[in-house]
Design a protein around this ligand. Sequence first.
Ligand code: KG4
Ligand code: ZN
Length: 347
Amino acid sequence: MHVLGIESSCDETAAAIVDRTGYVHSDVVASQTKLHAPYGGVVPELAARAHMQNVARVIREAVDVLPRGINDVDAIAVTQGPGLVGALLVGIQVAKAMAWSRELPLVGVSHLEGHLLAPFLCRGEEEGPRALGPYVALLASGGHTALYAVHAPDDIECLGQTRDDAAGEAFDKVAKVMGLGYPGGPVVDRLAASGDPRRFSLPMPMPARQSLEFSFSGLKTAVADHVRKHGIPSDEQTLADLAASFQRVVVETLVRKSLAACEQTGIGRLVLTGGVAANRGLRELAAAESARARVSLTVLPFASCTDNAAMIAYAGMRRLERGEQADLGLDAFSRDPGFRRGKIRLS
Ligand code: KG4
Ligand code: ZN
């Protein structure tokens, strides 16, 4: 069975082919980063229009790897939400048109569920061992920051999430006040490598050891206040020190709470996913602290961490296997009410 996944929830137009084993036959992503960079963030209408322009090409490229192209596709999975509604509607409408014209089963998938099942994807050589038993997943991206216990693909529990900004959003906003451009994560990461992470003392968000909730807006405000008071550092070293100090607090918070989640659930495996999982500081500290706590750490390859359609195809396939199917009335949702704290209903 080959499932075509389509993802258009934010600023990536993506399509992928995944089979029942999780093997990724193709994974095409058209990024809109350059389009939104001048605005310092994603502009919803521009995102939707760019999806319109790119979606057909991206899907064609994804299905072209199959011997008989579209004729070898057995089902279509599409991101239903959460995300920008105008952007989501583009992917959903294309998925419906294809499902209707080719008489293929269609299924809607939560974007978060996709991220959380990404460890099941198999990309050949570069993929590590797939997480098959239960795992705690830290999902840290531009739109979400939360901890989940993934007991099985259809048994996911949200353990705690951010009360305000997502971790990636904090990276982006701090980079903006420091005049570093968009998206902020990669540039702060690069600068932080040469900075002193202890030069500036910034507030640790939600320090209570047992709490699995996050809050990054106070930290972001502290950096903004510093810049308002002292201006953007004019010398490279001070700029790098500020970036490193900010990154250290975010990374320590993420790692501490992830390991607290493992301890509280008794689950000995931690998976890092979402765009922020690309952060080198996070990867290093998570590796060191997981080893100390005897937790086995899985860091997904970059292509599985960031927004992609392979994770959507895989999550859709699991839903289809459970007998779920959408009709042509399938609608988008901007927020996912099923993914708040507690047990998650997946179908
Ligand atoms: O998962 P993703 O590609 O898209 C969303 O679903 O949001 O995550 C994008 C976010 C952005 O906020 C970006 O700044 C952040 O991930 N990011 C990073 C790094 N690379 C991307 N944050 C910290 N360090 C990085 N190296
Ligand atoms: Zn995402």
